[in-house]
Design a binder for this molecule. Structure first.
Ligand code: DX5
Ligand code: ZN
Length: 217
């Protein structure tokens, strides 16, 4: 199933609750929440208090994307504040399997992310346990960047690997996806689409409906 995951990094934080309700009303399934620590990536975004607060604004699935060093330190905290899916970077820890296990123990789904420079083959050891693979299509750290064409092949390879496993593993793409290139990532095999600027610039509800329409084809 194809799923839309609007990233609130591109939202107007003075009216975040209102914008979340627009996204929700228009029918988006997930809310993508980018957590940055200023170490794994250069920027710092937001964390637990914000997530706990917006948990009251919507029942949608919170798809939390951790761009933080040593995510093992914070799984409990993000589970407690309302995450439904926790995705972390395999470059950020040497305890990947243990982190996935910890996420599962808390009844949540576990996603594994790679930066553009990391090989898709790094996913292979976790084919039996991960619920989702996130292929970054920009360097993580900022919204509004340009999609890296070289990543399309990685999406295709991740999908092929997921198929081989015989399990149902979601393939998420994140970064620089817009009205022009969404067809390319879908065709390559992505089924969870994170979108920041393309949702929050302009009319949010129209944008969500536009993309949901493409995803349902
Ligand atoms: C980038 C974040 C993305 C970002 C996407 O590090 O992980 O989720 O918000 O924003 P756009 O769609 O504007 O590239
Ligand atoms: Zn993200």
């Amino acid at each position: 199933m194809n799923i839309l995951s609007p990233s609130i990094l591109a939202a107007d934080f003075t009216i975040l609750g209102e914008q979340l309700r627009s996204v929700d009303r228009a029918g988006a399934e997930y809310i993508h929440i980018d957590v940055m620590d200023g170490i794994f990536v250069p920027s710092i975004s937001y964390g637990m208090p914000v997530i706990r607060s917006i948990r009251k604004a919507t029942d949608k699935v919170f798809d939390v994307h951790l761009m933080i060093e040593k995510p093992e330190r914070y799984i409990e905290a993000f589970a407690d504040c309302g995450a439904d899916i926790i995705t972390f970077h395999l470059e950020a820890t040497d305890r990947v399997a243990a982190v996935i296990e910890d996420i599962h123990r808390r009844g949540l789904k576990a996603g594994l992310a790679i930066k553009p420079g990391t090989s898709v083959e790094s996913f292979r050891p976790y084919l039996d346990v991960a619920d989702m693979f996130l292929v970054m299509t920009v360097e993580p750290g900022f919204g509004g960047q340009v999609y890296m064409d070289a990543c399309t092949e990685k999406v295709r390879a991740a999908r092929a690997m997921a198929e081989e496993s015989g399990r149902s593993i979601d393939i998420q793409v994140d970064g620089g996806i817009n009205r022009e290139n969404i067809g390319t990532v879908l065709k390559a095999g992505a089924n969870v689409i994170a979108l920041g600027s393309a949702i929050f610039e302009g009319d949010i509800e129209d944008n969500v409906r536009h993309f949901l329409n493409i995803l349902s084809r």
